[in-house]
Design a protein around this ligand. Structure first.
Ligand code: MOS
Length: 743
């Protein structure tokens, strides 16, 4: 028995309204795109490229065509002309600008070179294996450290202000004059999201109208992107994505295979389903790029940080410039008056990397919060006290106030819950009776509090049901529950009576749900529409209008009307009315963290205990305490679950997850769940989550900031800092390995 004192969080009390979709999920009643099994459905299977860069010189699909049940083998030679859907970060709709089968070009290993469609999945798979492809290969770059990998200054290649270097004061001068300095380099690997639900697409045509069922965080982009690719009106495309089995940024835009499924369904006049394999997911969808960081810090003898320079090199693809924005947060973690952030992009021959939960922020926080810990030790300061002493009063970059900032409260609450006062500063000074090394580490995280425009309708029927339609996608994070709770409270109705249409382009415009802005985007118009509905009913009800506690349903029934309905349109502070045009056009329209009168971020502090077995150096994380300032907690139960999930991700990032690249072949080697190692239940100890729960009403009427991503930011450095505290060994490359601590 390793440690009888460690409790798990398995039996921790759950508070707040239960998930409105929980019952369906546990009964298996929730229908995912891949569950479609209707008669007549055809099955599609992708054929991946075996080379990393070059061209297809010949495709022989004759053997594939002879497999019984095969209907079609689409290749670049016979697919016909279709358009590109563009790149999400370049005015388009896709996770990348490259759409396979538009030409013979091979841009990365695992790229689709053909798609087989057959009556059965078995026939399609058998035939896919029989497609013979001949290639002409050219040299490729597999990693950011390859000799020909050349870093590009982001500020030069992406000239928009949002991607520019960040600078305030005179960082080099302040560094040169600092009494104590830290100058270190940190490295993080590529990683893949691996949601439980694999990407699947069902395409169907009826009277010239295309219906796509696909798990996506961005139904509107899929709709508009496909319309552009197929040369049809957006009105002729409907996208349905009511529930995702995890998104994490991997499903945040048009996938490059979706158009192929639509084309096959059109030419065969049958619905077609494609379910990627797990291995294909590693090569056909976006991932977290590799990054390397140099952090330089300067402090005075009193423990005041006077300068910071954070330089990031991040992997991108050859065909796109996926931006790096880690310095957006490291410039605001502390009140440092002299700061320089510089980001460079390194082209490699991969599919375009993208947004994986806390995309640039988790790596940036790992580097910066490790360096902060190094500085605390260089100064002989307690790492919590050091952080508190360097808190920011206003945004160091813009001088604007924070709409709210309770990071100090997160640190203080967290250290009390964790028992930080019992920590002894010297590395290696804490042990358990069985000889395990004990380390206690801390780190903070911040993440922009963004908002996007949304349109909501709320309709109350005399049978008591409430229909809500709004832009937003349910990925398991709990947005349906947060909406149900908000509507139910405003109308005096049970949460279970609220039926919510999400991810349906016919119900409401569906802005990308990402960047932790889902709740702060959907709830304000949902609340306003509910309040309008209530006001309308009160107005009509006359004498009963003043009664408190009267429900909307009672008022509706008294009015004799068959239903009542209200709408609301909300946008972020400072956004112009025209932003609704971007919303309905499927383009990103989120704002933040910089608003006209303030900047907005969510904050978190993580306290971590590690235990290291003295001989094998196996690292365990028995205990984490995380305290969050996300503004108002809209849905306590799902909020807590978000944070627990974020902590688990952080444990994975620190100790497990890496997508391995073989420079000889490119692509990703460990492309399955057996070899892409993630934490399992046995790796997770007790996670205690607490919230500051103070409304940020400058940002929106509900006071909601964001939670999904800040939850994991700072977990990895807290673990690494705890490992240093346990052992005296400072590790600067993730994931940590047992062998790093031996010898
Ligand atoms: Mo998230 S990585 O912004 O879907």
């Amino acid at each position: 028995m390793a440690n009888p004192t460690i409790k798990t969080n398995r039996y921790a009390p759950r508070t707040g309204t239960e998930r409105v979709d929980a019952r369906d999920k546990v009964r298996g009643a929730t229908r995912y795109a891949a569950d479609d099994a209707r008669p007549g459905l055809l099955h599609a299977v992708l054929v991946p490229s075996r080379i990393a860069r070059g061209t297809v010189t010949r495709i022989d699909s004759s053997a594939a065509q002879r497999v019984r049940g095969v209907r079609s083998v689409l290749t670049h030679e016979n697919v016909g002309t279709f358009g590109a859907g563009g790149f999400l970060m370049g005015g388009g709709f896709g996770f990348q600008s490259f759409y396979p089968l538009r030409s013979a070009q091979i841009a990365y290993r695992g790229q689709s070179v053909a798609m087989v469609v057959a009556d059965t999945l078995e026939a399609a798979r058998e035939a896919a294996a029989l497609v013979v492809v001949t290639y002409d290969s050219i040299p490729f770059v597999a990693t950011v450290d390859a000799p020909d990998a050349e870093p590009l200054a982001q500020t030069a290649v992406l000239p928009q202000p949002m991607f520019a270097d960040r600078r305030v004061g005179d960082p080099e001068g302040a560094l040169a004059g600092a009494a104590v300095t830290v100058d270190q380099r940190y490295t993080l690997p590529p990683q893949h999201q691996n949601p439980m639900e694999i990407i699947a697409t069902v395409a169907e045509w009826n009277d010239g109208v295309l219906t796509i069922r696909e798990p996506t965080q961005n139904a509107e982009a899929v709709r508009h992107g496909l319309a552009r690719q197929l040369g049809i009106e957006p009105a002729k495309v409907r996208v349905l994505s009511p529930t995702l089995g995890g998104g994490f940024g991997q499903k945040n835009s048009l996938q490059s295979h979706t158009v192929l499924v639509a084309i096959a369904a059109r030419s065969l006049q049958r619905p077609v389903k494609l379910v990627m394999t797990r291995a294909q997911l590693f090569h056909n969808a976006s991932f977290r790029p590799a990054s390397r960081h140099r952090v330089r810090l300067g402090a005075d003898r009193d423990g005041r940080l006077v300068a910071a320079v954070h330089e990031i090199d991040q992997q991108t693809s050859r065909h796109d410039l996926f931006p790096s924005f880690g310095t957006e947060i490291t410039s605001r973690l502390y009140g440092i008056g002299n700061y320089q952030g510089r980001e460079r992009l390194v082209r490699t021959d991969v599919q375009t990397p993208g947004y994986m939960r806390a995309p640039s922020e988790h790596p940036a926080a790992f580097a910066f919060e490790s360096a902060i810990d190094e500085m605390a030790y260089a100064l002989g300061r307690d790492p919590v006290a050091f952080r508190l002493a360097n808190d920011a009063a206003a945004d160091p970059l813009t001088g604007k106030p924070f709409s709210s900032r309770h990071v100090a409260e997160c640190l203080i609450k967290g250290s009390e819950t964790f028992g930080w006062a019992r920590r002894t500063m010297t590395p290696g000074s804490m042990r358990t009776p069985d000889g395990s090394l004990v380390g206690w580490g801390v780190a903070i995280g911040i993440y922009k509090a963004a908002m996007a425009p949304a349109i909501a309708t709320v309709r109350l029927n005399t049978d008591g049901t409430v229909g809500v339609a709004v832009g937003g996608h349910e990925m398991g994070q709990g947005i349906r529950t947060a909406i149900a709770v908000t509507v139910a409270r405003a109308l005096g109705a049970p949460a279970a009576a609220v039926e919510i249409a999400l991810g349906d382009t016919r119900a409401a415009p569906q802005h990308l749900t990402a960047g932790s802005w889902g709740t702060a985007t959907a709830l304000p118009p949902v609340l306003e529409a509910s309040q309008r509905l209530m006001e309308d009913l009160r107005r009509h009800a006359g004498s009963t209008a003043g009664e408190s506690g009267v429900t909307a349903l009672a008022l509706l029934r008294a009015s004799g009307r068959p239903f009542a309905e209200a709408e609301s349109r909300r946008r972020a502070p400072g956004q112009p009315e025209q932003v609704f045009g971007r919303l309905t056009g499927g383009l990103p329209a989120a704002a933040g963290p910089v608003y006209p009168d303030f900047v907005s971020f969510s904050f978190i502090a993580h306290f971590v205990e590690v235990r290291i077995e003295p001989t094998t150096r196996r690292i365990r994380v028995p205990r984490v305490v995380s305290v969050v300032d996300c503004g108002t907690v809209a849905s306590p139960r799902t909020a807590r679950s978000q944070v627990e999930g974020g902590v688990v991700w952080g444990v994975g990032a620190a100790l497990r997850e890496v997508s391995e690249v073989d420079p000889r072949y490119g692509g990703f080697l460990n492309a399955d769940l057996a070899e892409y190692v993630m934490p399992v239940a046995a790796d997770i100890g007790r996670i205690e989550v607490d919230f500051v729960d103070k409304p940020d009403t400058r940002l929106n009427a509900l006071g909601v900031k964001g939670l999904g991503e800040v939850a994991m930011i700072g977990v990895a450095p807290a673990i690494v800092n705890a490992v240093f505290h346990a052992t005296g060994t400072r590790l600067r490359r993730l994931p940590l390995k047992m062998e790093d601590l031996i010898g």
